[in-house]
Design a protein around this ligand. Structure first.
Ligand SMILES: Cc1ncc(C[n+]2csc(CCOP(=O)(O)OP(=O)(O)O)c2C)c(N)n1
Ligand SMILES: [Mg+2]
Length: 325
């Protein structure tokens, strides 16, 4: 982990973002256990360094396309966590007035083109935003986040082929957490490094340690600069792992097939704990710096939970509003 290059403020800002994602999702998991949340949620816990490092390298006017596992992407992009919490509880103060839920939060004011319940569905949307930016010469770039499973969808191959041919300003961020629901990517794909797929489209493919926010940031920054300069897309494969099951109701009994200690081995690489430990051991920050951040974030999370719980459900008269027919 390359903490030497970065200022204390920069590193602590990344710590704060990752800690906020983790705490946000701990509360979402509680909502599920207490039966407060309609439906399910797909937790990003363990993968926090990916969204944090990538979004830190973007400008405010850029775009991101997200997935069903989108809470981290949205928080890294600065979405309002009160409105996110309310949306997850199906409340009227949520981003979609409670009708979208965890998987359909979008916030155009932050360039968030939407979380997306269709696996691979966000890839052509982000590619389209990049096409718009190139066509209108706006200077914006688009990031598309998606999983290893999505990289076997046609939308991935069609989008990346077009973006490469037209040098579109898009960055494909493949979050390889080894699983698509219960399916181990190593059983269904014959290339250990999914970044190698970039070769087939004539663009750079980069592999990064997705547990290390500094490494993710560096790769994202280079790819974003390349895209903005007109040189076209990059595929970044982030090697990562999700702490929880596919969704909050999945006990994930399938994961010990390859190694008895798979989960424990990845948890030892926790992106949040490792950044803190590295900053402490290199004397970049003191324990009290982290305590101050954690206290402030915990207060913000508590406020957002209360806000969501107190927000009303939408009125039944709204049931046919915002429906595209
Ligand atoms: C088009 C489509 N096919 C199948 C599904 C069911 N499904 C939901 S999530 C998922 C796995 C996605 O795996 P991956 O892309 O690796 O993302 P991860 O869940 O690991 O973050 C599948 C198959 C879906 N929602 N959409
Ligand atoms: Mg996956």
């Amino acid at each position: 982990m390359n903490v030497k290059t970065y200022s204390k403020d920069q590193l602590l800002a990344w710590y704060e973002t990752m800690y906020k994602m983790r705490r946000f999702e701990e509360e979402v998991f509680e909502f599920y256990k207490q039966g407060l949340m309609p439906g399910l949620a797909h937790l990003y816990m363990g993968e926090e360094a990916v969204a944090t490092g990538v979004c830190a390298a973007l400008n405010d006017s850029d775009f991101i396309g997200s997935t069903h596992r989108g809470h981290g992407h949205l928080i890294a992009r600065g979405a309002d966590i009160k409105r996110m919490m309310a949306e997850i509880l199906g409340k009227v103060d949520g981003y979609c007035r409670g009708k979208g839920g965890s998987m359909h939060i979008m916030a155009m004011d932050k360039g968030i083109l939407g979380a997306n319940g269709i696996v691979g569905g966000g890839i052509p949307i982000a590619t389209g935003a990049a096409y718009m930016a190139k066509y209108k010469k706006t200077g914006q770039v688009a990031v598309s986040f998606f999983g290893d499973g999505a990289s076997n969808e046609g939308t991935f191959h069609e989008s990346i082929n077009m973006a490469a041919a037209w040098d579109l300003p898009v960055i494909y961020v493949l979050e390889n957490n080894l699983y698509g629901i219960s399916v181990d990517i190593r059983d269904v794909t014959n290339t250990p490094n999914l970044a190698d797929r970039a070769i087939g489209y004539g663009i750079p493919g980069v592999i990064v340690d997705g547990m290390d926010v500094t490494e993710v940031y560096e790769a994202a920054k280079a790819a974003i600069e390349r895209a903005r300069s007109g040189a076209g897309p990059t595929l970044i494969e982030c090697k990562t792992y999700r702490w929880q099951g596919h969704h909050v109701g999945d006990p994930a009994t399938y994961r010990k097939r390859k190694s008895e200690t798979e989960k424990e081995d990845w948890m030892a690489k926790c992106p949040i704990d490792c950044l803190k430990a590295e900053m402490l051991s290199t004397k970049k920050a003191k324990a009290s710096d982290f305590e101050a951040i954690e206290t402030a974030v915990n207060k913000e999370i508590e406020e957002s939970v209360n806000f969501a719980k107190e927000s009303p459900y939408p009125d039944v008269s709204e049931v046919f509003h915002d429906i595209y027919v």
